[in-house]
Design a protein around this ligand. Structure first.
Ligand SMILES: Cc1cc2nc3c(=O)[nH]c(=O)nc-3n(C[C@H](O)[C@H](O)[C@H](O)COP(=O)(O)O)c2cc1C
Length: 367
């Protein structure tokens, strides 16, 4: 089944997010592809991969570490904390801008999702509570360890690393940064009333659990300006063995604290039919980017309605963009979409990365 986007579709209208004008409202969701070099410099193929997808309203990059210690949930994930990293990201920004595209770098600290065999350092989190999961390490599949609870004095340096990484992203020519506070990584772990059992100023009440994410946003906004900063959240999302009994309180506190900072957008991973989404929407009158987590060709119909009604400012689409560099063209043509190949999501090399055919290439081959 295919879906055709009409030329006057709300999803094809331009949208201003902070300092950036996006040509349309179909953004590329952040996608870890595990093809970075050993030192965290993005792959030499990354400029081609991203520029193939430059027709997205905005490309949100794969999650990118703010420091060596912040990395290590998966193998070969990039960073943006050395001059060499920054130079490669600058090449990527140039390549995407040359297509008319726009690009935000997603910044993360992986927290308790790290494994010492990948990161080479001790795993830390809000509290000594492990994610009941395994990860692929150089020596095979391993359970995630119990993290060491961060000391209060260790938190300010992490905020500073987010600030410095955001500065590097803007200096590399990126249009903005997205702070990753979703999917079970460090900032999300602090928001949780289950995974965060701290008794200092960063645990306990909703305001305290929101404090780290809020301090990161405030520091990054002070450095690069609110109009260049997005925030990604996933209230109640169980990814990363996350648990939240109170799925709304910490988010309410966080949005209350950062709502006046002029952020470019709030990016929510949620089913729009859930009560959490309704609460977040009502707390955030500004631009909201929605990732429903099931962007098949048929769900574009729902996203289009939400954009038309003004419920969302834009839709973020992951796997459909991964497999269809020319997604926008395919949707406007009502064409079939390539099916994403899960076996190459995190595999090294060009296959499943830069070789998904465009419609034109496909038709040429089958002619
Ligand atoms: C291969 C892969 C890598 C992902 N990497 C990230 C990431 O780096 N950061 C992030 O916030 N979400 C990441 N996600 C989640 C996606 O951004 C998105 O929320 C999810 O794929 C559901 O949306 P979709 O149905 O449009 O793909 C990843 C998902 C996949 C499939």
């Amino acid at each position: 089944m295919t879906f055709t986007l009409a030329e006057d579709s709300a999803l094809l209208q331009a949208v201003t997010i902070g300092e950036t004008v996006a040509a349309n409202r179909i953004f590329m969701a952040p996608l870890t592809r595990s093809r970075a070099q050993a030192d965290g410099t993005p792959s030499d193929l990354a400029a081609e991969y991203y520029s193939q997808r430059g027709a997205a309203g905005v490309i949100i990059t794969e999650a990118t570490a703010i420091s060596a210690e912040a990395n290590g949930a998966y193998m070969n994930t990039p960073g943006i904390y050395t001059d060499r990293h920054q130079a490669k990201w600058a090449e990527i920004a140039d390549a995407v801008h040359a297509t008319g595209g726009r690009m935000f770098v997603q910044l993360w600290h992986v927290g308790r999702m790290a494994h010492p065999e990948i990161s080479g350092v001790e795993v830390v989190g809000p509290s000594a509570i492990a994610a009941d999961m395994t990860t692929h390490t150089p020596s095979g599949k391993q359970p995630l360890p119990v993290p060491r609870a961060l000391q209060t004095a260790e938190i300010a340096p992490i905020v500073e690393q987010f600030r410095a990484a955001a500065r590097r992203a803007i200096d590399a020519g990126m249009d903005g940064v997205e702070i990753h506070s979703a999917n079970g990584y460090l900032l999300h772990e602090f928001l949780s009333d289950v995974v965060n059992q701290r008794i200092d100023a960063y645990g306990g009440s909703a305001e305290n659990r929101a404090r780290l994410a809020a301090e990161v946003i405030e520091a990054v906004v002070a450095e690069v300006g609110g109009g260049r900063v997005g925030l990604r959240i996933s209230p109640g999302n169980p990814a990363g063995d996350m648990h939240e009994i109170d799925t709304v309180g910490a988010y309410e506190a966080l949005l209350h604290r950062v709502g006046g900072l002029g952020l470019a957008y709030l990016h929510v991973v949620a089913d729009p039919a859930t009560p959490e989404f309704g609460v977040i929407r009502s707390l955030w009158p500004q631009t909201l980017v929605l990732n429903t987590g099931r962007a098949t060709d048929t769900s574009f119909c729902q996203l289009e309605e939400l954009a038309e009604w003004g419920v969302i400012g834009a839709a973020a689409v992951g796997r459909a963009f991964l497999a269809n560099p020319d997604l926008i063209d395919r949707l406007t043509a009502g064409a079939e979409l390539n099916v994403p190949d899960e076996t190459t999501f995190y595999a090294p090399g060009p296959v499943g990365y830069i070789d998904y055919p465009t419609l034109a290439e496909f038709e040429l081959k089958s002619a």
